[in-house]
Structures are given as structure tokens and as C-alpha cells.
Design a protein around this ligand. Structure first.
Ligand code: C2O
Ligand code: CU
Length: 470
């Protein structure tokens, strides 16, 4: 069993409320821009009695401030760059106007050190989203440049507490600082990406989540790790999934293992605190190799707020997604994923120039989509506005990939040759090794949109492309 305590020595004790506070409402047309300055700071990631860890954070915190708006509100954020390298903000999962999508070189110029950029957009869908840097993501997100974006429903479900639970997987060196020497390490880029050795929830180690017996909690789980897929297990509390990647789904129980989140994925859970006053109930992050305590619900001594869990299921109102797919008259797009360690990539092209694998390795490009390594001048496809697009992903690599589409939510319609019906609308889908997954969406949002692996080292090393809707 992997233990953080062994790694950094004993003594880290659970601290601090995991409550997301203060909720930062950016609303109303006369509201000035909320400023988010990306800057170096320190955080007590490993515990209050440990050396502060140097991080980069929005407003100097990790996670950054919670941006909380109502569906349809205009979000106005001024990014200020207090770093020594260019940056941008991407609003992950928002079906946004293309110019506000935050992709350097595609939708805007990167903001230079000392510069600013004003983001202004409306959020068409309620749900749990996040924002993060989209420049040199494998370093900037790993250092802490992300936060939660909550878009409230018109009529939010009745719960006693609405909490965010932002999980990150840090790689710390012996002195407890971020392991900088391994940024860009080829061994990570060509394998599963930068895996960490220290788990935090809301920037804290094993935080207490204060609750009261009988409460109904909405827990917004977000995986902000560079590369690690995480599975959260709530022990004897029953967790019900009510939304995935921001979009409502019929209430369902996770599998026996728990709630599986690939990098960038979110799940909204309803958890009834069906336990006795004074009890402590751990939340675990489990994988084949370890079982880590992520946090714990700490029940107060107060009597239960209700005797038994409420009977009403939680049903979130659907978002105004354009759901009428027309796969029979669709733009068909093939996406063969190749490369990486044990992937047998021999050569790849960059803008029609053929490069040998040696030349690619020199450029740190070791993965390819359809034989093309990294961003190309030409798009993967151009889809007429309003048409259904179908992308057939074939993973010929030895690794899973968390494929993320900007500007859209899509539906899986086929997996390994078998039709899938009624799949959730997602913005990020985990494609297992040797798996084939066909996804579909209606191309109703014009612009230039990225489609990439959200294992950030994979994206940097070639697993990134774009398509145009016009
Ligand atoms: Cu979460 Cu291209 O981004
Ligand atoms: Cu990948």
C-alpha cells in the first residue's frame, strides 16, 4: 500500500474545512470584471505543520477562487498574468463563444507576463465546470493554475450543503516541494503522463468535511490531475451520481469500486449522511495499487437533521443541449490514436512533412492522431454548422486516453463495434487501450475547437488536434 505518510514523514494531520468558501458570484450586467491573477504563491498542501509548498495559483490560492454564476449569466473575468511565462484561461466544459475559449494560437494570443485579457461569456448550461490555464498546461496546471466554475440551476435541488471536492495528484520531491526537475521528463510523456505521489482535496491533505447526521450533501467532484484517473469510494455512505461533466444524468449508483474520474472529468453526487452524530467516515481514493484516504466526513455531535434520508430522488433539469443527433447523415471523422511507449510509431507528419521517429523524439512528439504529431495548420475536419459530426476513435496505443472536446458535449454511440444508446453527454471520455469508441455531436457552435487528450503530457507530446465548424 502506498502511503503519503511514509513519503513525507509522519505527522500530517487532517485540517481545515473543505467547504468551498467564499462562493464568488459574478453576475449582473453591471458587475465589474472579477480579477484572477495567475501568480506564484505558497500553499500548505502537505499539512499545516509542513513547509509551505511553492505553487502557482489564481489569486495565489490552489484551487483558485470558486467562480459561481447562475445559468445564462454573463461571466466577466479579467486574467492578469503575474507569471514569468505566457498564459491563458480555458473554461473547461462550457459551450462557449469561440473567441473566449482560451486556446493560445487558435482562439487568442497568449497573455504575456504583466498582460491582461478580459473574458466575457454566458454559461448556457448549469452544472459543475472548471477553469484552468491552457498554456504549457503540463507545467501550469501541475503547479496549481485551476479552479471550479459552478453554474447554478434556476431551481437547484434541495440539499443541506453544496460542496466542491477538487482532487489533485501532486508530484513532490523529498523536501516536499513540487518536483520541478521532472517537468518534461520523456519517461512520463511517452508513458502514462506525470503521475504524482501526493493527493490533495481542495488543496489540503485529508481535510475534514464537517457535516451533521442526516444531511443531504451535493458533492461536486473534479479531477484536476495531469494524468491520473482516480476512483472515489465513500465507504458505507451511498453516493448517487446525478450529473457527469456538468450534464444531468438519471440518478444512478456508481460501480462497487466507486466513482471513476479520468483527468478533467467531473461528477455531481448526492450523498446522504446516514450515520450517527460524532462519527467519522473516510473517503477513499482507490486504485489497483493503492488505497488512500482522501478526506473524511466528520459528523458533529448535534442530533440528526432528519431521521431517515429524504425519499425524493434528485433530478436535475436538463440543459438546453441540442440533442437531435442525425448520425445517418453525419460528417464521418476517423481518429486513429498511435504512438507512445510500446506503440510502434515509426514516423509522423507535421503539416505534410514526414519525420522519422528519431526526428519526432527530438521534438518531443511521440504520439500521433492519424499519423500527424501535434497541432497542424490544417484542421482534422471542417464541419458545416448544424450538421451532426461523428468521430470514430481507435486507440492503437498501450495506454488509456482521456479525450476532451472544446466547445461541445458529445455522446458515445458505439463502443467496440456495439451500439450504445442513451449515453450521458460528456466533454471528456476515457478511451481504454485497444478500444474503439464512436462519439457524436451536433456541430451548432461555430469556431475552431481543440480535441485532445487531457493527460497533459500526451497532449504536449502530440495527442492534440482541432476541427472547424463553419
Ligand atoms: Cu481542460 Cu483543452 O482543456
Ligand atoms: Cu492520452
Amino acid at each position: 500500500m502506498f502511503s503519503r505518510r511514509q513519503f513525507l514523514g509522519a505527522g500530517a494531520s487532517a485540517v481545515g474545512a473543505a467547504i468551498i468558501a467564499p462562493p464568488w458570484r459574478v453576475a449582473a450586467s453591471d458587475t465589474p470584471f472579477l480579477e484572477l491573477e495567475a501568480k506564484p504563491a505558497t500553499a500548505l498542501l502537505a499539512g499545516p505543520d509542513k513547509t509551505p509548498v511553492s505553487i502557482w495559483g489564481y489569486q495565489g490560492t490552489v484551487p483558485g477562487p470558486v467562480v459561481r454564476v447562475r445559468r445564462g449569466d454573463r461571466v466577466r473575468v479579467r486574467l492578469k498574468n503575474g507569471l514569468e511565462q505566457p498564459t491563458t484561461i480555458h473554461w473547461h466544459g462550457i459551450r462557449i463563444a469561440n473567441a473566449m475559449d482560451g486556446v493560445p494560437g487558435l482562439t487568442q494570443d497568449a497573455v504575456p507576463p504583466g498582460g491582461t485579457f478580459d473574458y466575457s461569456f454566458t454559461a448556457p448550461d448549469a452544472g459543475t465546470y472548471w477553469y484552468h490555464s491552457h498554456a504549457k498546461t503540463w507545467e501550469q496546471i501541475a503547479r496549481g493554475l485551476y479552479g471550479v466554475l459552478i453554474v447554478e440551476e434556476e431551481t437547484p435541488p434541495k440539499v443541506d450543503q453544496d460542496l466542491a471536492f477538487v482532487a489533485d495528484d501532486w508530484r513532490l520531491e523529498k523536501a516536499g516541494q513540487i518536483d520541478e526537475a521532472s517537468f518534461g521528463a520523456m519517461v512520463d510523456w511517452s508513458h502514462g503522463g506525470r503521475m504524482g505521489n501526493w493527493l490533495t482535496i481542495n488543496g489540503l491533505t485529508e481535510p475534514d468535511i464537517p457535516v451533521r447526521a442526516g444531511e443531504r450533501i451535493r458533492l461536486r467532484l473534479v479531477n484536476t490531475a495531469n494524468a491520473r484517473t482516480m476512483t472515489f469510494n465513500f465507504g458505507r455512505l451511498s453516493a448517487q451520481i446525478v450529473a457527469l461533466d456538468g450534464q444531468p444524468v438519471p440518478q444512478s449508483s456508481p460501480g462497487a469500486e466507486g466513482v471513476i474520474l479520468a483527468p478533467a472529468q467531473r461528477a455531481d453526487l448526492i450523498i446522504d449522511i446516514d450515520a450517527k452524530p460524532g462519527e467519522t467516515i473516510p473517503v477513499w481514493e482507490v486504485s489497483t495499487r493503492h488505497r488512500l484516504q482522501a478526506a473524511q466526513f466528520v459528523l458533529s455531535d448535534k442530533p440528526p437533521v432528519r431521521q431517515r434520508p429524504p425519499d425524493e430522488p434528485v433530478i436535475l433539469a436538463p440543459n438546453p443541449l441540442r440533442a437531435e443527433l442525425n448520425p445517418d447523415d453525419a460528417e464521418q471523422i476517423e481518429l486513429v490514436m498511435e504512438g507512445g511507449a510500446m506503440g510502434g510509431l515509426r514516423e509522423g507528419t507535421i503539416d505534410d512533412r514526414v519525420l522519422s521517429i528519431q526526428e519526432l523524439v527530438e521534438k518531443k512528439l511521440v504520439w500521433a492522431f492519424n499519423g500527424k504529431a501535434g497541432m497542424q495548420i490544417k484542421p482534422l475536419a471542417t464541419v458545416p454548422k448544424g450538421r451532426t459530426a461523428v468521430i470514430n476513435m481507435v486507440n492503437k496505443t498501450a495506454f488509456p486516453h482521456a479525450m476532451h472536446m472544446h466547445g461541445y458535449h458529445f455522446q458515445v454511440i458505439e463502443r467496440d463495434g456495439k451500439p450504445v444508446r442513451g449515453a450521458p453527454w460528456r466533454d471528456t471520455e476515457l478511451v481504454q487501450r485497444n478500444e474503439q469508441v464512436r462519439i457524436a455531436f451536433v456541430a451548432d457552435n461555430p469556431g475552431k475547437w481543440l480535441f485532445h487528450c487531457h493527460m497533459l503530457e500526451h497532449a504536449a507530446a502530440g495527442m492534440i488536434t482541432w476541427f472547424e465548424v463553419a
